[in-house]
Design a protein around this ligand. Structure first.
Ligand SMILES: Cc1ncc(COP(=O)(O)O)c(C=O)c1O
Length: 395
């Protein structure tokens, strides 16, 4: 046997999603790239903001000696301080560099946080639909996922949270704005969540961490101000990145922020620094740290994403799809007109439109559309979406 049993199982669990990608690639070969409308990936088509290239050019021209060496595992102090300053502005809390660890993306930050917190067999609560990689990350660190339901608007159900927390619960992962639904959690929901978690901590004599995965927090519409979970539970940790807000997913730059009010703050931060090192990340990329330090208040054009959202939402509802109107990120999660979401996604493939079945996010009967694509692709997909709907719901 060439690979471990666990890896083999992990690979086969996700294999049908991979098959969709492979079938999509075959379609592109057959019909030409321009005739296949790929709405399956969360890989932003937008280029990074102009400020990114300015900083990049400045650094290349300066050639500051020592700027490509090892550094403290938590990152450059100046970058950590710049992140803390921005987060303080956004949350109204007083964060400092001692609260921030630079990481290899939100994915790196999640793995660091979970490794730091989890003992063997401890539970991590997720709400379905969820970003599917959470399952692997939890498993990486010997945890067990406890998957709870959301309501009709894809908001976490508080009754489920109350009955779902038990003596083994160590963390709750939330993701707002959400992938795959685009919904944003409001202040009231976060307050209630914090209250329930603290009640349960008191009941079981445990400490439960709220991990807020928020790489989309700056991609938010309709004048909403992002409410920070840091204000609602002292044992909270932000895990995030600039993959989406600066369109830099290939550069692997993100950070983790531990709530300054956390009771075990120093130990948690030191644990995370240790795990950033020993998971083999060592430190977040030096070049990117030197760039994003100057771009903390910069974001890609949210207005462009909003226009895409408005276009897609009005098209989908016009075609008869049932869809919760997203207020952030760049995904929609419509209900499929038939119960079998995999069959429906295959039908869309026949129409040369690529999407992902809801089953891939732990919620069947839906499909995910990613609209971080160019307008031609988005407009081109409408005809296939119409044909597929008409096949099952002829007017
Ligand atoms: C909800 C969510 N969390 C985490 C990630 C990982 O992002 P990063 O590129 O920062 O590792 C993604 C990427 O798509 C995501 O959608």
């Amino acid at each position: 046997m060439s690979i471990s049993e666990k890896v083999r199982q992990g690979m086969s669990a996700g294999s049908w999603i991979r098959r969709m990608f492979e079938e999509g690639a075959a379609l592109k070969q057959r019909y030409g790239e321009e005739n296949v409308f790929d709405l399956s990936l969360g890989n932003p088509v937008m280029e990074p903001p102009a400020g990114f290239f300015r900083e990049l050019e400045k650094l290349a021209a300066k050639r500051t000696p020592g700027s490509h060496r090892y550094m403290p595992n938590a990152g450059y102090p100046e970058t950590r301080a710049a992140v803390a300053e921005q987060l303080s502005r956004e949350t109204g809390l007083d964060l400092g560099m001692q609260d921030i660890i630079m990481t290899c993306g939100a994915a790196g930050a999640l793995n660091v946080a979970l490794k730091t917190l989890l003992n063997q067999g401890e539970e991590v609560i997720l709400f379905a639909p969820y970003f599917v990689e959470y399952l692997s990350y939890i498993d990486n660190h010997n945890g067990v996922a406890n998957i709870l339901p959301t309501d009709g608007q894809f908001l976490p159900r508080m009754d489920a949270l109350e009955s779902g927390i038990n003596a083994r619960t160590r963390a709750v992962i939330i993701n707002s704005p959400n992938n795959p639904t685009g919904v944003v959690y409001d202040e009231g929901l976060l307050r209630q969540m914090g209250e329930i978690i603290r009640q349960k901590e008191a009941e079981y004599g445990t400490e439960i961490y709220l991990l807020s995965d928020e790489p989309y927090r700056k991609i938010i519409y309709d004048g909403i101000r992002y409410p920070s979970p840091l204000n609602h539970h002292p044992r909270s940790i932000i895990v995030t990145s600039h993959s989406k807000d600066l369109a830099l997913p290939g550069e692997r730059i993100g950070y983790l922020a531990v709530n300054p009010a956390c009771s075990q703050h120093e130990e948690v931060v030191n644990g995370c620094i240790f795990c950033n090192r020993t998971l083999g990340f060592v430190n977040a990329p030096a070049l990117m740290q030197n760039i994003v330090r100057h771009l903390q208040s910069v974001t890609v054009s949210v207005n462009e994403y909003r226009q895409k959202r408005d276009f897609l939402y009005s098209q989908l509802t016009g075609l008869g799809y049932e869809v919760v109107r997203p207020q952030g990120a760049f995904y929609m999660f419509p209900r499929t007109p038939i119960a079998d979401d995999v069959a429906f996604v295959k039908e869309l493939q026949k129409q040369q439109v690529l999407t992902v079945p809801g089953s891939g996010f732990g919620k069947a009967g839906h499909f995910r559309i990613s609209y971080c694509v160019d307008d031609r692709t988005l407009q081109g997909a409408v005809n296939g979406l119409r044909q597929a709907m008409q096949k099952y719901r002829p007017h």
